[in-house]
Design a protein around this ligand. Structure first.
Ligand SMILES: [Zn+2]
Length: 262
């Protein structure tokens, strides 16, 4: 199990003040003693498979090209390790799941997850993992619907996305309890076939954060459910990338998830 991290994720840049350097710094402290790997920035060529030239230019004009490329590079490294059989958690910022091809909001710039999946998709097909074309299951556990990721992969039949807590239009989040949430994660892994499982790991569903639902130990259970599901169906190939999560306890939630996931 590798933790993808760079000191550069602790830099301050112009964004919503809740998306601050402590979101990376404190979880990294909490994970000390584990194996950290430093990512390279994503190549523009790889980002261009997901985002339009106009969008990339907009990110550049906002002065966010460098941090956004490094975050995407962190997700790419996590995905590459995962298909090589090594689970990974990318402790990166800025987050990405609200970034679609030509638009981004919610403190996102590039869709880190999508850049990573597009980068390895071709290789998974070449390698013909277990004799099949590469199928990816993305489970998004952030409080917010990962609209950017859904929009990017809407025509890609090899990528299945499950947004936990917002499975259908009529779903009432307020009626969801902790066990119901964990059941949804378990069902996602049971119902689908995949060669790789990728987690958009937002922690804002935490009980002291905006979502007000999950306890610290629930993240350990989510990590465990995903690990067991991956071991059963895809030789354990799995990785996670940080999305949201804004309470100072983020560090505990991340640690708890990693302990279940590794
Ligand atoms: Zn969120």
């Amino acid at each position: 199990m590798k933790i993808i991290y760079s000191k550069k994720f602790e830099e301050r840049y112009h964004t919503n003040p809740v998306e601050n350097p402590d979101r990376a710094r404190l979880p990294a402290q909490e994970l000390e003693g584990r194996e950290f790997v430093e990512p390279m920035p994503a190549r523009l060529e790889d980002v261009s498979k997901v985002h339009s030239p106009e969008h990339i230019e907009m990110v550049r004009k906002k002065g966010m090209l460098e941090p956004a490329l490094l975050a995407a590079g962190g997700a790419c490294l996590a995905a590459e390790l995962a298909i090589a059989g090594e689970p990974a958690f990318a402790l990166i910022r800025p987050p990405g799941h609200h970034a679609s091809s030509n638009h981004a909001w919610g403190m996102c710039y590039f869709n880190n997850m999508a850049v990573a999946i597009k980068k390895i998709e071709d290789r998974m097909e070449e390698d013909q993992i277990e004799g099949r074309a590469g199928k990816v299951l993305i489970i998004d556990i952030d409080l917010h619907f990962g609209d950017g990721t859904v929009s990017i992969f809407r025509w890609d039949e090899n990528v299945k996305i499950v947004n936990v807590g917002s499975i259908d239009m009529g779903f009432d989040y307020l009626k969801l309890n902790r066990n119901g949430y964990l059941d949804q994660v378990e069902k996602a892994l049971e119902l689908h076939n995949f060669d790789l499982v990728a987690i958009s790991a937002g922690f804002d569903t935490y009980m002291e954060d905006w979502g007000g639902l999950l306890a610290v130990e629930d993240y350990r259970e989510i990590g465990r459910i995903v690990r067991v599901g991956a071991e059963k169906k895809c030789a354990g190939r799995r990785f996670a990338v940080l999305e949201g999560g804004y309470h100072p306890d983020l560090r505990l939630c991340v640690k708890s998830f990693v302990e279940g996931f590794e």
